[in-house]
Design a protein around this ligand. Sequence first.
Ligand SMILES: Cc1cc2nc3c(=O)[nH]c(=O)nc-3n(C[C@H](O)[C@H](O)[C@H](O)COP(=O)(O)OP(=O)(O)OC[C@H]3O[C@@H](n4cnc5c(N)ncnc54)[C@H](O)[C@@H]3O)c2cc1C
Length: 389
Amino acid sequence: MKYDVVIIGGGASGLMLAANLDMSGRRGLILEKTGSPGTKLLMSGGGRCNITRGGSIKSFIKAYGESGPALRKCFYRHNNIELVKWLADNGIALADEKGNAVSPEDMGEAGRLFPSSMKASDILNLLLDKSKENGWEIQTDSDVYALTAPADDADSWTVEAAGKTISSSYVVVASGGITFPETGSDGSVLELLKDIGVEVTDVRSALAPVYVKDYPYEELSGISLSDVTVTAYSSDAANTCKGKAARMTGDLLFTHRGFSGPVILNISKYAEKGELLRIQYNRDFSDLPKRLQRAIERRAAGPSGDIKTKTLALLVDHDDFTVSSIDENGMVTSGGIALEEIDMSTMQLRRFPGLYAVGEAIDADGITGGYNLQMCWSTACTAADAIRS
Ligand SMILES: Cc1cc2nc3c(=O)[nH]c(=O)nc-3n(C[C@H](O)[C@H](O)[C@H](O)COP(=O)(O)OP(=O)(O)OC[C@H]3O[C@@H](n4cnc5c(N)ncnc54)[C@H](O)[C@@H]3O)c2cc1C
């Protein structure tokens, strides 16, 4: 079977590309491993889909840390205003967290944005409709298990899936990361890429709850606290509390198993098993929630049960834990196709003409708040421009 463009993965980024690339006169195929496309997109934002957010392009670049500068061009070319406008033009109005309508003209510094129906399925249905309107075929239950680069005298890639051999001038990797493997994104395509010599950086779960040894706050499950500073130390820094450490401030959530909430999710990719996680509550003991006060008092009590005032003050300022694990099912994957491999003005792999990569499969992950789906849009539209021309 011969196609012009094959997209591996029918998730957010693959469908965003297909929804923006008219295949008139050309054949396009989306190969999706699972029985239905867009499963992770449906889970996003707790089923409400925080599709993007207000804010400057600079804030998006910053949200991507070290990989931000590489994404700069994509974010400028296909930004949050464009995405909100495209959705509005296609019948999906957006709203902020409180349900207030937000339009492309007045989104300014609006925070997280959702479809006003608060249904991720509206976004998925639109992407599927537009992809079909653009002439794309979607084959589900089609696990891509082999990928072969063109032979010297040929210009077609070979993709094998569901017992079929498909050749295509362009192949786009939109296969996501490794978390929530039941959604289909299990890292299998990253392994195929390694086999053909593509550099793939180590992958790990990110935007994930962090678990610590002897977690003492089980009974505080559900309590959240704003403006908490969390520091994740690397092995070099743990003993001295100097050297390489990541530090962030934001909302902390106590769960029955460990720490979560935006500040923990955002710092999770820097937390290492066996290393120090330091929590600073940034307020006086008397300003902490009563249940947390009681739990900290218990920790500050010596064997005799006497509360040591010094220890109490120290715990409020430095509540230290040893990381035992990071939840494997983070909202995103850190690591993936090395950005040095990719020409970020086209999303084509520099050493592999005809091979493109978009979305979470690349080595870029943002903080929580709509940044990650915006990155899917920005990279997918950048690739669509390049393949179209
Ligand atoms: C619980 C949860 C909540 C989230 N909420 C938000 C949010 O509100 N806002 C936000 O910005 N981000 C959110 N994210 C992150 C966001 O959903 C992802 O970054 C985004 O879906 C990634 O899109 P993708 O297309 O790159 O990958 P995916 O959505 O993972 O899609 C990849 C697709 O490729 C397919 N595939 C994989 N391997 C193969 C193969 N070998 N052959 C064929 N197909 C294959 C998979 O089946 C899958 O359908 C959330 C993530 C989770 C898990």
